[in-house]
Design a protein around this ligand. Structure first.
Ligand code: NAP
Length: 286
């Protein structure tokens, strides 16, 4: 039976470390790092996500500035809000909650965010830095996946890593981060021929697809480390992209859903906010 990689526990440890580092940063600089959250409309799931981010901020000793906007806000109004937050010196990180209501262009909003305050790591400049191997602010979920692998002491150098999914927010950045750690990386997607043959090669298998339980036991190499990024709401509740029970019988280590990658995303957002603050205004010790 696979060893369980406990994302909840790792996330809690990261959040405690960030709180300690925030206290040290504030003692040295006299500044409190601040995160602004922008929520357009009243989508209930997004409201919960934003509320959790605001609470995590306060718990870490950081300031939070929440900016709710009407569902019928125009592109210009949302971009004007981003401009205002870019100019606000108390704000170190800006997070625009997705999805935006229909008719609004999320990519254009993202490009408006000052890259130094882009704690989601989605701005093209930060994506480019990641490609070039000089990452500063890395997207929170991919960064969380890497933190889990690190803390589970998974050997990455020379390992066969297979990422299923090639989205800009998960699959691609995870693949690049693994490549920078000298794994041999294969990225799969909906047009991949014979997916099971590819996933069976993986020492490290990352599932970021959005299809409930699609990675089955016969797709996994015995002893592999399996990281399940998927969050799917089904009649059985929240399930991942990995068919947990049968895969856990084959794998060497595995993340559960919930309680795996999910909690890491907020923890890494907190860390990114502190990183952004420290880069904008370093303390005496740099
Ligand atoms: P996405 O943008 O929908 O991308 C899904 C990817 O999976 C695409 O690249 C797609 O291929 C590929 N795919 C779809 N069907 C496939 C199949 N049958 N075989 C192989 N590949 C297939 O999704 P995402 O935003 O990356 O999110 C992926 C999952 O992670 C979702 O469940 C999401 O809820 C979850 N998620 C979790 C967190 C967290 O905090 N834990 C954060 C973000 C996302 P094509 O490119 O060819 O279409």
């Amino acid at each position: 039976m696979a060893r369980l990689i406990d994302g909840k526990a790792v996330a809690q440890a990261v959040r405690q470390e960030v709180a300690r580092d925030v206290a040290a940063y504030t003692a040295t600089t006299g500044r409190v790092p601040g995160l602004a959250t922008v929520l357009v409309g009243e989508d209930p799931a997004s409201e919960v996500y934003v509320r959790n981010k605001v609470a995590a901020c306060r718990e870490a000793g950081m300031e939070s500035f929440h900016e709710p906007m009407a569902v019928d806000s125009t592109q210009e109004q949302v971009e004007a809000m981003v401009d205002r937050l870019n100019a606000d010196d108390r704000v170190d990180g800006i997070l625009v909650q997705s999805p935006l209501p229909k008719g609004l262009d999320f990519k254009r909003v993202l490009e408006r965010i000052d890259p130094a305050k882009d704690v989601d790591g989605f701005h093209p400049l930060n994506m480019g830095r990641l490609v070039a191997g000089r990452p500063t602010l890395v997207a929170c979920t991919p960064a969380g996946v890497m933190e889990l692998l690190r803390r589970a002491e998974t050997p990455l150098e020379g390992a066969e890593a297979v990422v299923v999914g090639r989205s800009d927010i998960v699959g691609k950045p995870v693949a690049l981060l693994l490549l920078h750690e000298s794994a041999t990386v294969t990225v799969c997607h909906s047009r991949t021929r014979d997916l099971p043959a590819v996933t069976r090669r993986a020492d490290i298998l990352i599932a970021a697809v959005g299809r409930p339980r699609m990675i089955t036991g016969d797709m996994v190499k015995p002893g592999a480390t399996v990281i399940d990024v998927g969050i799917n709401r089904t009649d059985d509740g929240l399930v991942g992209d990995v068919d947990f029970e049968p895969v856990a019988k084959v794998a060497g280590a595995i993340t559960p859903v919930p309680g795996g990658v999910g909690p890491m995303t907020i923890a890494m957002l907190m860390r990114n906010t502190l990183t952004a603050a420290a880069a904008r205004r370093p303390g005496k010790d740099g």
